[in-house]
Structure formats: C-alpha cells, structure tokens
Design a protein around this ligand. Structure first.
Ligand code: AHR
Length: 501
C-alpha cells in the first residue's frame, strides 16, 4: 500500500504550545504516595521524592502537570496540605473511597515540580468549595507578600511567590459522579464569579473552564453552550476529557478511536466559535484536552479494592502494544488540532493509568505508552504543518473513512529538522509513505519504529520488550529531496530529517 504526504514550509497549522505534552497527577491510588513520594525508597532525597521517578519524568520532558485532581479535587481542602505535617488532618476522600494523609500538600508538590522541571496546572475545588477558597489559594500561591495568605506561604518557608500561570475551574463538573456536581447553569455562574475573583487577585493567570467529561455525555453541547455563555469573557480555555477502551477486543475499531477524538475536538471548536459569534467577541477560545488516555484494563481489580485505605492499587492499567499505537494516533490528533488545542494532559503520569510505574521496593519502569509520548514531547516541537495526505481508508461500525495511516509533519525550527510521526493501522500490509515537500532536505538523522509485537504484549519492571527500534537504511530513503519511508503493518514511526541551511 502507498501513501503520499504533501507538505509546504509556507503552510502551517500552528506553532505548537509545549503544554500540549502536559500530564496529570491526582491524589489517588499510588500516584502521589509510593509514586512520586516515598521517603523510605532508596532513591528518595530529603523531601521524600523518588529520584528514579523524577528521572523518568525528565526523560518525558513533561512541561506542565495538572494537580491535585481529578475527582479527588471536588472534596479537597487545600489548606489541609500546608503547614507542619504532624498537624495535618487525615481525611476521607469520598471520590475514590480512600484515606488522604495530607503528608504531601501544595508546598511539597511545588518542590517536586521544581525537581522534575514541570510547571503546575493548578485546579480549584468547585465541588464542595467555591470562590472564597479559590481566591485565597491564588493569593497564597501568587501574591508577593504583606497579606494573610501570602505571608502564611512565607511562614511555611516559601519566600517567593510560585507564579502559577494555568488554573482549572473545578473538575468534570458535568458528571453526576462528581462530588458537588452541578447543572450547567449552576456551574456556569459559579465559574464566572470565581474566574473574576481569581483574576482580580492576579490578572496574569489563565483559566480553564470545564467542558464535557466525554463526547458521549448526554449533556454534551448544551453544557458547553450554557457554561460559555456565562464565562466566555473571563476564561481562556475550555476543557475536554476522553478515555478509550478495547473491551470488545476489536482492534480495527479500537485504533479508529483517534478519529472520534478528532471529531470531538472539531465539534468543541465549532461550539466555541458559535458562542464567539453570538457574543460578537473578538476573542477566540482555546482548548485544554486535560485528560486523555486509554483506560479499562484495571477496572475489575479497582472495583475489588478494600475501601478507606491509604494509596491502594487502583487504576493501575498495564498497557500493551495496541494501546501504544492508539496513544501515538491520539498525539497526532492533538498536534493536527494544535491551532486550538494549546494544553493537553496525558492522564495520568505515575502508577494511575500512567506511562510510569513504580515497584514499592524496586524500580520505576516505562509502560509501552511511554515511548510515543516521549518521542513526541522531545522532538515534536516548533511548527505543526498542514499536510495533504493521500491514503486508503477503512470503515468500522461507528466510524467511516478511517485512514490506514495517521501522520503529522513538524518543522522543528530549533533543531532545523523535519519530523514525521505516523501510525500504520493496517493489520497486514506495510505502507510506503512518500513525502513531497518544498523543504530542502539533507539526510535522515534518525528513524525509529515500534512494530512486530503481539498487540497484547506488555512491558514490566524487568523487561522492556515494547520500545522503538532504529530502522534500517533501506526502510528510509531521501532521494532528490523526496523521502520514502516503509512503515510496517501495525507500527508507530518517527523520522527526523535534517534540513539544508
Ligand atoms: O483520571 C482518573 C479520573 O478520570 C479523574 O479523577 C476524573 O477527572 C476522570 O473521570
């Protein structure tokens, strides 16, 4: 099978906002305790943070991490997590039916983000709390000093403000599972007033308002229209969440789900632009896809967990090769929509539906999905380019015209490279991809593929079976400025080509 990609240096989708490679840490399961924080682990420093985990987060080059939730957020008192540790309350976390010790709170988390080179995407509780707790939190984090909350931060040992730029107004408030769930009208008004107050404390912050927690929610579209009607002038991003599964064990349909993600994004863009027109606004609303991943492998184990324990093994999906292929295609989808998707968070980062896993008394290790995410985050920077792709398609029960090849071409200006990411979804045929371009190309710097595995194969603490491997020189050819890449059936591919000066 053949595919041709036409790409021009003059036609770009957008400059990629690095926050598109964000992730997420929630106080749940073993994400924080036994994940990023474990004082008795052999790699931990004096603050109790596992350095083996920090090293892997740095390898992923995650620019921003959403914190502290998630469903947990909607019952959380941020003040429980500051001040002397021995005075902090143990609380019931109703969302996940666990016990939160508050050993790690805001100030410790800020320390961890510094160590791991990540910015914070801070979320405020609009479930059980509201405007007052939110504006106090902005004051604690971002105000210089000389007021109650900013001076308390200093007393707690943090002289300089944290200057947190990105903030979420609650979490999945459209979901009836959410503690303090609201209808669109109730949430829209609360988010509007909270946004105004937070920006009065610090007008440099950017705010994300809750959209729908999946495209299949019965309130999807009406929720967005009502919420944006209230908040359009005061917020900067609308959120989207989406998780996919392969419960029916139908590979072709599973791999087609990145198309569903694309349609979800395009629908939300249309909704935002409708509100823009209705309001005669000059402002264009951007999107924050702040939870996305595959999630289903661990459902039964999670349901069987004892309630009211600390750091239980919940949502510990072990990802296989087919999951890595879909994650690759979902990354491509986000990049193809990078003119509107400015923030995205792979949910989550450590132990809980995560690319990084930890053994309590052992190593931190890389799941299959670690690799496409890492390659995109490290090399997929600069300008995403518009491509004209000619490739055969297939139909599934729910989605028609699914291209066998997903692809994105990026002009990495800093490195002076053209970077191609692609997923071959065909189960038996290779696809010869040729790129026709007006870039003056020199030579292939690196070309890798993840391919040839049983789709159900997984990685583990002692074995990294699934990972990218370097392609042979026959598989990638640059000839007279035209590139040809042979992508194997069921493969995730990255090719980096040097551009002549
Ligand atoms: O990421 C796991 C959970 O998924 C989050 O807590 C919630 O926001 C979503 O439903």
């Amino acid at each position: 099978m053949k595919a041709t990609i036409r790409v021009s240096k003059y036609q770009k989708i957008s400059t990629i906002d690095r926050r598109i490679y964000g992730s997420f840490i929630e106080h749940m399961g073993r994400a924080v305790y036994e994940g990023i924080y474990q004082p008795d682990h052999e790699t931990s420093e004096e603050n109790g943070f596992r350095q083996d985990v920090v090293d892997l987060v740095k390898e992923l080059q995650v620019p921003i991490v959403r914190y502290p939730g998630g469903n947990f957020l909607s019952g959380y008192n941020w003040e429980d997590g500051i001040g002397p540790k021995e005075e902090r309350p143990r609380r019931l976390d109703l969302a996940w039916q666990t016990v939160e010790t508050n050993e790690v709170g805001l100030d410790e988390y800020m320390e961890w983000s510094k160590e791991s080179n990540t910015e914070v995407n801070m979320a405020v509780n609009l479930g059980t709390r509201g405007l007052d707790a939110a504006r106090n939190l902005v004051e604690y984090c971002n105000f210089e000093g000389g007021t109650y909350w900013s001076d308390l931060r200093k007393e707690n040992g943090h002289e300089e403000p944290y200057a947190i730029k990105t903030w979420c107004l609650g979490n999945e408030m459209d979901g009836d599972w959410q503690i303090g769930h609201k209808n669109a009208e109730e949430y829209g008004r609360l988010a509007e007033e909270t946004a105004k107050a937070m920006k009065l404390v610090d007008d440099s912050i950017e705010l994300v308002v809750c959209g729908s927690s999946s495209s299949s929610r019965p309130t999807f579209v009406d929720w967005e229209l009502t919420v944006l009607d209230h908040t359009y002038d005061y917020v900067d991003y609308l959120s989207l969440h989406q998780y996919y599964d392969n419960k029916t064990n139908d590979l072709a349909s599973f791999l087609a789900k990145s198309e569903d993600m694309d349609r979800f994004i395009k629908s939300v863009v249309a909704i935002c632009d409708t509100v823009k027109a209705k309001k005669h606004s000059k402002k264009t609303m951007m999107l924050s896809f702040d939870e996305w991943n595959v999630w289903y492998h661990s459902n039964e184990e999670t349901a069987a967990q004892e309630p009211w324990t600390v750091a239980p093994h919940i949502l510990e999906d072990i990802y296989n090769f087919e999951d890595a292929l879909l994650i690759g295609s979902m990354l491509i989808t986000l990049l193809k929509n990078s003119d509107r998707v400015k923030i995205a968070c792979l949910a989550q980062l450590v132990n809980v539906i995560a690319p990084i896993m930890t053994e309590k008394d052992g190593v931190a290790w890389k799941q299959t999905i670690f690799y496409p995410f890492q390659q995109a985050s490290v090399y997929g920077n600069g300008e995403a380019l518009t491509t004209l792709v000619n490739v055969p398609t297939y139909d599934t029960e729910k989605i028609e015209a699914v291209p066998y090849l997903d692809s994105i071409v990026i002009h990495n200006i800093e490195r002076n490279e053209l970077v191609l990411f692609s997923t071959n979804k065909h189960q038996s045929e290779s696809i010869d991809v040729s790129i026709d371009t007006d870039f003056n190309l020199s030579h292939v710097i690196e070309s890798t593929q993840m391919t040839g595995y049983d789709v159900k194969i997984v990685n583990g603490p002692n074995e990294q079976k699934v990972r990218p491997k370097t392609m042979s020189t026959e598989q990638v050819v640059v000839n007279n400025g035209c590139v040809t890449i042979k992508t194997e059936p069921l493969s995730w591919n990255m090719t980096r080509i040097k551009i002549k000066d």
